[in-house]
Design a protein around this ligand. Structure first.
Ligand code: MN
Length: 195
């Protein structure tokens, strides 16, 4: 069961997060980036694939600069409906803290815009530890790659790098300076305190 780990970590009587349900999906693929003020601030980078959201925690957040390689730790699959989740995970629960939808939109494989072929290419890329895709978000656009770091002996095997491809959307501008939710315009309380 793909969402077993997601389910195991949470008490759905306590958390407002979506229940573990796999979605039946065709058509265009979605991505979301949530900004999550948990015990450590991070961005959750999520790509829809096969009815769930493949998920990575990116401590520094995405960059539009192809020279940056952002560490992305793969975490458990999340339900597709998690892409709309914005709210507060209560104190004492797994991932306690505020969550906003920092960016969202559609995405495709870098090799094809066709949703069905994209799924095949992405499935294959995920299995091989090298995902190449094009984001059509509000903050993030153009080509990106997620590349799995080869496992060192005894090392963790969930570390990937998130890298912007060189294209017309590449930029040296710090995209994380824009702290607003693209869904509601809200900011995390920690960002609202700043001028
Ligand atoms: Mn998180």
């Amino acid at each position: 069961m793909p969402l077993a780990e997601y389910k195991k970590k949470r008490k759905f009587s306590k958390t407002p997060e979506p229940k573990p349900q796999k979605a039946s999906r065709t058509g265009a693929l979605h991505f979301v980036v949530q900004k999550h003020d948990a015990s450590r601030l991070h961005y959750d980078f999520r790509l829809e694939l096969d009815g769930v959201l493949k998920s990575w925690a990116v401590p520094k957040g995405p960059s539009l600069n192809p020279a940056d390689k952002r560490l992305a730790m793969e975490v458990e699959d999340h339900p597709y409906s998690y892409k709309d989740f914005e709210g507060v995970i209560p104190e004492g629960e797994y991932g306690a803290g505020d969550v906003i939808v920092w960016d969202e939109g559609l995405y495709t494989s870098s090799e094809t815009a066709d949703p069905k072929e994209s799924r095949e290419k992405l499935r294959q890329g995920y299995g091989e530890g090298e995902l190449k895709f094009v984001l059509l978000g509000k903050k993030l656009q153009g080509g990106f790659a997620l590349v799995k770091i080869r496992n060192q002996k005894g090392g963790k095997d969930n570390a990937w790098l998130l890298i912007k491809e060189k294209d017309k959307y590449a930029s040296a501008k710090d995209v994380t300076k824009d702290t607003k939710s693209v869904k509601t315009g809200k900011k995390l309380p920690r960002d609202s305190k700043r001028p």
